[in-house]
Design a protein around this ligand. Structure first.
Ligand code: GLV
Ligand code: MN
Ligand code: MN
Length: 419
């Protein structure tokens, strides 16, 4: 694809409207610790209601699919053509930021508004998809809505149970979904022309380099493990150090090993222990059990396999040294997803149309695009995250950068429409 197919009289993003909607969504579920729109929570439902209203105001028909995804649709001028899909998510991690996912959704709706303002009807229908539980904070099942659309649900999704014991089956109806009809959420490749997602980078490359636009070359792979350490709870004051079976001491060594595997050893790009449950979690009791969440990420799947070997080897060593039992269970292994050269070029051309400098970079975060790429050509546009901060309340992208990203999204849609 080249800019020679660039449409004339292209519509323009309304930056004030875009940023005002983004700010309003950013007030929904915000508290002193950040954004609390964890999927299926009351705040998530409020956020979903807000964006559904924006879709209707932009003239879209709105429906909820069996996975709880919100799908807004604006018909094109040629009813025989498949839909161009724009999407992202409005759920957040606990104490998350205002822009992760939200920008992609609000910008997608703004694209439809801007086309309407400009009196421009694309040939293709445009669908805006707001995907359920992208973060996977709830039920520990991420990309839940986008994987349903791509037909990638696994047995674990159907059987998912939240930490409080509630099942996904019982929870999906809260947002209009229905697990028994989940197969109906799946879209056939013939129904879709392509998928375009705008997202904040969530890393430092664009901000540091002064680039307004990033063209995503691929999305990282991720492997997630549950590590269960069972020692023996005992009195913190009376148990001699040599007789302890301290699950916390073992957990600390594993946490440092995860850092070493990705850090000094460079076995894979990054490794994180992001969660830990300590039992009984009392100051004067030696922890009898610790459960931790470990993840590794890399674009090369061989590196993720090597990191797993190293994690399991360390767990055996630590179990022996600390006289505890350690079970490492692989929970998820999400493959990396390359973005095709054609789709990268589409975004580069769209940035060129807007006169914006761009740089190519891989995504270290996961995105709904990686699931949707299984059924239709997908591309992603990144805009700078100030200081590379994300999944935290200090997450910030400047209004001008958000508007630039939305304009590139709009241009990419028009280029794809002209194919
Ligand atoms: C999703 O936000 C991720 O953890 O990459
Ligand atoms: Mn996101
Ligand atoms: Mn996120």
């Amino acid at each position: 694809m080249s800019t020679s197919s660039a449409p004339t009289g292209s519509a323009a993003i309304n930056s004030v409207r875009l940023n005002s909607h983004l700010t309003t969504l950013g007030q929904i579920g915000r508290d002193e610790f950040g954004m609390q729109r964890v999927a299926f929570s009351r705040h998530d439902v409020d956020g979903r209601d807000y964006v559904s209203g924006l879709m209707r105001a932009a003239g879209m028909s709105v429906r909820i699919d069996p996975a709880g995804n919100i799908i807004g649709r604006s018909e094109g001028s040629d009813p025989s053509l498949p839909a161009i899909v724009l999407g992202s998510h409005t759920d957040t991690v606990p104490s998350g930021g205002q822009y992760d996912g939200a920008l992609g959704v609000i910008a997608a709706i703004e694209v439809v508004e801007a086309l309407r303002d400009g009196g421009q009807t694309p040939r293709h229908p445009v669908e805006v998809m707001v995907f359920t539980n992208e973060e996977g904070t709830s039920f520990h099942r991420w990309l839940l809505g986008s994987r349903a659309v791509a037909g990638l649900w696994e047995a674990e999704d159907f059987a998912a149970v939240a930490d409080d014991g509630v099942t996904l089956t019982d929870t999906l109806p809260d947002i209009g979904g229905n697990i028994s009809r989940i197969a109906d959420a799946r879209r056939r490749p013939e129904e879709l022309a392509c998928y375009l997602e705008l997202h904040i980078e969530q890393g430092p490359t664009l901000h540091r380099g002064g680039f307004p636009i990033g063209v995503v070359t691929g999305i990282t792979g991720r492997s997630v493990y549950h590590v269960d350490i069972v020692g023996e709870a005992n009195h913190a004051g009376t148990t001699p150090m040599s007789l302890r079976r301290d699950a916390m001491s073992a957990a600390a060594q594993i946490a440092l090993a995860v850092r070493r595997i990705a850090g000094e050893m460079e076995v894979c790009r990054v490794g994180t222990v992001g969660s830990m449950d300590v039992h009984p979690n009392a100051g004067n009791v030696i922890p009898g059990r610790v459960q931790m969440g470990v993840e590794f990420r890399d674009e090369r799947m061989e590196s993720l396999s090597a990191a797993e070997v190293e994690l399991r080897r360390t767990a055996e060593e630590v179990a022996h040294a600390e006289n505890v039992n350690i079970t490492v269970t692989a929970q998820r292994n999400t493959p990396s997803v390359p973005i095709s050269n054609n789709m990268q070029q589409l975004i580069a051309d769209a940035a060129g149309m807007a006169g914006l400098e761009q740089v190519s970079l891989p995504s270290g975060a996961g995105h709904d695009a990686q699931a949707i790429a299984a059924i239709t050509p997908a591309a992603m546009v990144f805009v700078p995250s100030v200081n590379g901060i994300s999944h935290a309340p200090a997450e910030y992208s400047a209004p001008e950068d958000c508007a630039n990203g939305a304009q590139v999204l709009l241009n990419a849609l028009l280029l794809a429409d002209g194919r």
